[in-house]
Design a binder for this molecule. Structure first.
Ligand code: SAM
Length: 244
């Protein structure tokens, strides 16, 4: 990446509030009692495995993977998150600044046992080159686990704010996030139909291994009954495991 490269959508979004995100998402019910447990439930045993944390954000998963005994390489496009993750894990992991929409020059062919990519792909319009790059860097039999906005959940969300045109298209929409303090960040992402999520995974050569529409964990019912009721009624995320 050089200074001429236009900023990716992910960086434009998260540079607004990276430090607040790092603080709040560590315990925010949506993340801590919904997305993270669901996505992690799809991971095979990572002890002794070489794992890529793609779009590591503040490094919650980088640290968790290290604690499970994995050798971890992490990267993110938002500079503040690279700094925060380095601060969290020190020299226990290599942490790079890199853009998932570009070739991952630091990663050799067939050099990782697994790649984890939670809540990142929503900021990328075209998943084809991304899936091809994951396929390239994984060893034969290697796994890819990712989560993203649920196709129906995002459709409902975009419809409610008048930003949905046609279910079958990949559409950018922006949303003001009120859960991470003020000033409220305006976050732009893409919603897409299910076929534009699973299609690129299969076209890259992966085999679909597990698909999860997570429901909130029971502990959330007490901690945040309203959030529990919302997530118990309609899905927010989709979690996928694929194999090379
Ligand atoms: C919702 S956060 C998730 C962070 C982390 N994966 C987690 O689960 O805690 C989204 C992350 O995706 C990163 N991101 C978005 N687009 C990216 C891209 N093109 N390349 C690398 N990282 C990207 C953002 O910088 C941000 O850290």
């Amino acid at each position: 990446m050089n200074s001429e490269t236009p900023k990716s959508l992910g960086e434009q979004n998260y540079e607004q509030f990276a430090h607040r995100y790092a603080e709040i998402a560590s315990t925010k019910p949506h993340n801590a009692y919904y997305e993270r447990p669901a996505t992690r439930s799809l991971l095979p045993d990572v002890a002794g495995k070489r794992v890529l944390d793609a779009g590591c954000g503040p490094g919650f998963n980088t640290e968790w993977l290290l604690d499970q005994g994995a050798a971890v390489v992490a990267f993110d496009v938002t500079p503040d998150f690279v700094t925060i993750t380095r601060g969290r894990v020190g020299d226990r992991a290599a942490v790079y600044r890199a853009d998932l929409t570009q070739p991952l020059d630091f990663a050799e062919d067939a050099s990782f046992d697994g790649a984890l990519c939670p809540l990142v792909l929503d900021y990328i319009e075209d998943w084809m080159p991304v899936m091809a790059e994951f396929y390239r860097i994984l060893k034969p039999g290697g796994w890819l686990v990712f989560s993203c906005g649920h196709p129906m959940g995002d459709w409902f969300l975009a419809s409610r704010i008048g930003a949905a045109q046609r279910y079958y298209d990949v559409e950018m929409f922006e949303y003001t996030w009120k859960g991470f303090g003020e000033p409220y960040p305006v976050v732009k992402g893409y919603r897409r139909p299910l076929q534009d999520m699973i299609g690129p995974v299969l076209a890259a050569g992966f085999r679909l291994d597990r698909l999860l529409e997570p429901q909130p964990v029971e502990a959330l019912r007490e901690i945040d009954p309203e959030e529990y009721a919302n997530l118990d009624r309609e899905p927010a995320f989709l979690c996928v495991r694929a194999r090379k």
